[in-house]
Ligand binder design. Sequence first.
Ligand code: ADP
Ligand code: MG
Length: 270
Amino acid sequence: MSVSEQSAVSELPHGEARTIALCNQKGGVGKTTSTINLGAALAECGQRVLLVDLDPQGALSAGLGVPPNDLTLTVYDLLGKSAPHIDEVLIKTTVDNMDLLPSNIDLSAAEIQLVNEVGREQSLRRVLDPVRERYDYILIDCQPSLSLLTVNALACADGVIIPMECEFFSLRGLALLTDTMEKVRERLNPRLELSGIVVTMFDARLLHARQVMARVGEVFGDRVYETVISRTVRFPDATIAGEPITTWAPKSAGAEQYRALAREVLAQSR
Ligand code: ADP
Ligand code: MG
């Protein structure tokens, strides 16, 4: 089977995908886990989903069972000068309706190469434009920094979801992120909006977790999703299995929580 036969959820024109960047310059807050599982939950609802790995660590690719270091073509190649056709890079995931644009450590070179390009902030937009009509949702998993790659994600997104670990100090740094979003909105992408903050790794037994939740509600009000993702080892376990929790443990609380988040995200687009 050729690569192009493996790929592509659908060739039919289908309106423009809603593009959402999952962004937080702090590492380990649940960006990649949320990208995989929100994507899988949206796909379960019949939405056509594309996940974009925009972190050179390649954790999104690995978490979907695609070994990053075995890849010959990645997002890095698409951002380069003699880019292949996007269909040569797209990979069909084990989840129906869900495709992946994978990455690996090669992507770390893109940052340096893009710096001298004209329109360097719009490079990812140019990569994704040809496939926007094939999908209902494009979810971009950002790296843990406010780098040029992250700015590229913000420049082509309609919305930003900020996953936030339910810990003291989690609110630190969010002002810097919202300032960056504001600058991108003014200078590059007037459509950009905060879709919402999703609290992850919540442990209701801990007083401090409940206090952090209350504080997040005070600061961000209705910009916080009602759905809260609990802390459970099932997430790291599913990652090792290379599957979303929605297929690895479909009846688990974690799977249900990401389905609830998907319903909230769907309701926002209507
Ligand atoms: P990021 O992409 O923001 O760096 P990850 O999604 O990779 O964060 O999550 C960091 C680590 O925490 C991973 O090992 C992941 O499996 C684990 N993790 C993510 N969400 C949860 C959760 N709700 N409960 C427990 N562990 C989680
Ligand atoms: Mg990550």
